[in-house]
Write a protein that binds this ligand. Structure first.
Ligand code: HEM
Length: 347
């Protein structure tokens, strides 16, 4: 019987067989969408108990964790889905790079993807600040102070983000606003746009599109979307079990209220910004904390526009035309991992 649920309609009726295989996409884009939905649902549930005020933010998180029935579960899944999303989005970016799927006509969608990567990092950063505990001292003091190092407009940007010229009673409301409306809502629209562009650009990148247009060429086999939706449902189930297991084994921490006047010795960046913390040990905030990270994002964004403008090699793993782009991305990701490991080593 033909299936036609909402989820089926998100896909074209048929999909090229080769490119719908797990070993082509590893389901990473679909998993990112799923994790985003999990985050939206669990985040919405947390909103019923979270109080964005300096006096009550920390205690309201404690309430969710220890008093609200299943609050620990909702909070744990929200936390682990956010950590998983960072890893999965980066892996998805690597898959897209190594299969040359950023090339025309998908260049603009690559840009949307890069903005989603930035959204995902900022969302997790602002979400952690909402705990208002000792673990977020680095994020709040060092992270936001980087903004002040921007010439001319730095103080104004800092004021807009933090709600004043230092951490104050309004800061938690600002981060609450940024987390939910400034970032999550916007990221949702960009994600829908990204998914729409996948279809608009002719579906998932495939070697078959061009070949089938050549007279006399036999189009490559395609499968029905029912099969893909079944695989996606299985993937979602496995990920859900993984999130539940992580929540049970490693519940997210919540410490006492932080002291945001002065940085304590143990203050550390969240794991996904340890590489920036390490760079900051070697130089001034403006170059190390802002120019290098922003420069790397710009380099990634420019890959299909400046580094590999070829149109061949699409949907081919490690295609020759895209070697430089692949090396650039690999160097950036490996560099970040090395800096993170250096940053995690005891001083
Ligand atoms: C929240 C973040 C993201 C979500 C939810 C998402 C979702 C998706 C989905 C569902 C697909 C189609 C199937 C697949 O490849 O698995 C896709 C394809 C694509 N994504 Fe993403 N993505 C995200 C981030 C990114 C990032 C960081 C990049 C690159 C920097 C990127 C670039 C692309 C491109 C170019 C395609 C087309 C690939 C092809 O046709 O083979 N995306 N994305």
């Amino acid at each position: 019987m033909k299936q036609s649920s909402f989820f089926h309609h998100l896909h074209p009726v048929t999909i090229p067989e080769r490119e719908s295989r797990f070993r082509y996409t590893f389901g990473l884009g679909g998993l990112s969408v799923y994790l985003f939905i999990v985050l939206a649902v669990t985040g919405a549930l947390e909103l019923f108990y979270y109080v964005p005020s300096v006096d009550r933010a920390n205690s309201s998180v404690q309430t969710i964790q220890y008093l609200v029935p299943f609050g620990w579960l909702v909070r744990g899944v929200h936390y682990w889905a956010a950590q998983a999303l960072i890893v999965i989005v980066i892996l998805h970016m690597l898959r897209v790079t190594f299969t040359g799927s950023y090339k025309r006509p998908r260049r603009f969608n690559w840009l949307l993807g890069v903005s989603l990567l930035v959204f995902v990092l900022l969302l997790t950063f602002t979400g952690l600040v909402l705990r208002w505990d000792t673990d977020i001292e680095w994020a709040l003091l060092v992270g936001t102070n980087l903004l002040k190092s921007i010439p001319l407009i730095g103080n104004d940007i800092y004021g807009a983000v933090v709600g004043g010229q230092e951490i104050n009673v309004d800061t938690v409301v600002r981060f609450y606003g940024w987390h939910i409306f400034g970032l999550a809502l916007l990221a949702f629209f960009v994600m829908v746009w990204h998914a729409f562009r996948v279809r608009r650009d002719g579906g998932i990148s495939s070697q078959s599109t061009r070949a089938a247009q050549t007279p006399g060429d036999t189009p490559r086999p395609r499968i029905s979307r029912d099969e893909l939706v079944r695989k996606e449902a299985l993937g979602a189930l496995i990920v859900t079990i993984g999130l539940l297991a992580l929540t049970l084994a490693f519940p997210p921490s919540i410490g006492p209220v932080g002291n945001f006047r002065q940085l304590t010795e143990q203050a550390a960046a969240p794991w996904f910004f340890v590489w920036v913390q390490q760079l900051l040990r070697w130089g001034d905030p403006l170059p190390m904390g802002l120019l290098i990270p922003i420069g790397l994002i710009v380099i990634i964004a420019l890959i299909p526009y400046a580094i590999d403008r070829s149109q061949t090699g699409v949907a081919r793993w490690f295609n020759r035309e895209g070697r430089v782009a692949q090396l650039v991305i690999a160097a950036i990701v490996v560099g970040m991992i090395v800096l993170t490991l250096l940053g995690l080593m005891p001083a």
